[in-house]
Ligand binder design. Structure first.
Ligand SMILES: CC(C)(COP(=O)(O)OP(=O)(O)OC[C@H]1O[C@@H](n2cnc3c(N)ncnc32)[C@H](O)[C@@H]1OP(=O)(O)O)[C@@H](O)C(=O)NCCC(=O)NCCS
Length: 162
């Protein structure tokens, strides 16, 4: 059984084993620290039982509320350790972010994924995310850059009755 909690700064020193996955986006420690400070409540970690239970997966979300843009949450990183996959952890982490984003007043949740990432594509479409656009050569890999898909899911907000 997994337990879920808010990510803490000291977790950043334990996520190395997870970020070595080829399909996991790697960011600097500064990025993660800034992220936790700027967007409290939008990052979540899943850990195995026990006092020093290993980290099973995490999600980093942020919130975008710029002029001329619909307010939305963006999934900056989502990964689940290979030994804990297909147990519903990514679904639970994404569900959490969706609800947190909804409470903040976001119109939708979106993310960018590698066009070749079949597992991620199946995950997001199974959760109601739809392909919104293709960003050409978004990932500057050597020798061949790779396209990204923007996946997006709108958050239903109840209509106000006056
Ligand atoms: C993609 C990833 C996050 C999925 O995590 P997960 O915890 O295994 O996902 P879930 O157990 O919640 O899967 C839910 C559904 O997604 C789909 N899915 C997940 N992994 C899949 C795979 N390898 N192949 C096909 N479908 C898959 C299935 O429909 C699955 O439901 P099912 O198990 O009942 O068939 C995980 O494989 C991962 O961390 N990959 C490397 C990093 C990465 O790609 N992150 C996403 C970047 S955009």
């Amino acid at each position: 059984m997994a337990s879920f909690r808010e990510m803490r700064f000291d977790d950043l020193f334990k996520i190395n084993s997870l970020v070595f996955d080829a399909l996991t986006e790697v960011y600097s420690l500064t990025f993660f620290v800034k992220h936790l400070l700027e967007f409290p409540g939008l990052s979540r970690i899943a850990e195995a039982p026990g006092p020093e239970g290993p980290l099973m997966g995490y999600i980093f979300g942020h919130y975008v509320a710029k002029q001329n843009q619909e307010p939305h949450s963006h999934v900056a990183a989502l990964t689940v350790s290979p030994e804990y996959r297909r147990l519903g952890l990514a679904t639970a982490l994404m569900d959490y972010l969706f609800i947190a984003a909804s409470h903040k007043g976001a119109s939708f949740v979106n993310l960018f994924m590698r066009a070749s990432n079949q597992a991620a594509y199946h995950l997001y479409t199974s959760m109601g995310y739809a392909h919104r656009q293709t960003l050409e050569d978004y990932y500057p890999d050597d020798p061949e850059p790779e396209n990204a898909f923007e996946m997006r899911k709108y958050i239903p907000h109840p209509m106000e009755v006056h």
